[in-house]
Design a protein around this ligand. Structure first.
Ligand code: FES
Length: 87
């Protein structure tokens, strides 16, 4: 599990192994726009302020992945213990 801080919302959630960041945020009342929920469409893309994403999507290019400043929250996870998102 890891922690996601929704900076603009002032909320911190714990993301369990069997849960997506999208679901964890939704449970805390933070609705991120979504569509495919399979890492393809890019609708749920969020900006990363701090931390290292573990990219699992099929949307970002290799260059965008390496920048580590965006994350597809319906399927990607975190390599760091904490991710701070601009949501
Ligand atoms: Fe389509 Fe996340 S909802 S990539």
């Amino acid at each position: 599990a890891f922690e996601v801080v929704a900076k603009r919302s002032g909320v911190t959630v714990r993301v369990a192994e069997d849960q997506t960041i999208l679901d964890a945020l939704a449970k805390a009342g933070i609705k991120i726009p979504k569509s495919c929920e399979q890492g393809v469409c890019g609708t749920c893309l969020c900006d990363v302020i701090e931390g290292e994403p573990d990219h699992k999507d099929k949307f970002l290019s290799d260059e965008e992945r390496e920048d580590n400043d965006q994350i597809v929250v319906c399927c990607s996870r975190a390599k760091s213990a904490r991710l701070v998102l601009d949501v």
